[in-house]
Design a protein around this ligand. Sequence first.
Ligand code: T3D
Length: 264
Amino acid sequence: MTEPLVLVADAGPVRTLTLNRPAALNSFTSAMHAELRDALDAAAQDANVRAVVLTGAGRGFCAGQDLNDPGMAPGADGKVDIGAVIEANYKPLAQRVRAMPVPVIAAVNGVAAGAGANLALGCDLVVAGRGASFIQAFSKIGLIPDCGGTWLLPRLVGRSRALGLALTGDKLPAEEAERLGLIWQCVDDAALMDTCMALAQRLAAMPSKALAATRQAFDAAAQMSMNEALSLEAQLQRELGRQHDFAEGVAAFQQKRAPQFKDR
Ligand code: T3D
């Protein structure tokens, strides 16, 4: 039997998805894209899943596109249609992660290069082991940052640092990534998975709908005037205020007990 390209494991309400092509630093083939899409869809549809952790098997997180994948083979004109690869694989991947109904944590266990770096940066919280690094490898092969990189990078670290990272393609160690605000946290390698699981369990006990709406509002507000953002806040608060979790949160506060959130 062939090994799955994405391993799926549950610990209570936390689902861990592990990219599983360690010999090629978990770089993406079309087949791994398909498995990850299915795994994300299954997690999104499973009411028992309240947080997702995304990580890589072996010593790397993900080295981006597998440059040896047959999907990269030239067409009849002798050229590779990379636009088609992006439309078919990376765009839907970035969109899926950003639309998940529950928080997604990237547990970056090693090098995250090219689209692998931007896959991690598109997650809600990025925690990296001290030995991990982030590389916008695209410029070295004549491409631009994809998988959301052009949108994410300037927003995370500002234009000058985003351009510095993207133009040079230099390796950014995890500690430096934390210092720049590119990621949430850098931890000792040995503590990475325990840290991420504890964080995921904590988020899983929180009101999922509000967490997903927070991400939605931040992303939308990035394109809005303040007045438009205020209106969106009113709209989302109106919707959240009608949910069980708001009533439960307020009741738990008033009754001085732990809340039991269940909306998703
Ligand atoms: O279709 C499209 O292209 C559009 C999509 C684009 C999205 C992208 O992600 S473009 C960017 C693609 N990724 C890269 O350019 C990164 C290439 N990899 C590297 O630069 C280095 O491997 C790393 C800096 C990530 C890690 O270096 P190091 O020294 O720790 O490991 P290594 O020895 O280079 O790699 C270990 C193995 O993984 C090696 O295989 P081997 O020799 O042991 O059999 C290497 O070939 C393989 N590997 C690493 N990255 C890729 C890869 N194999 C295929 N594709 C890769 N991207």
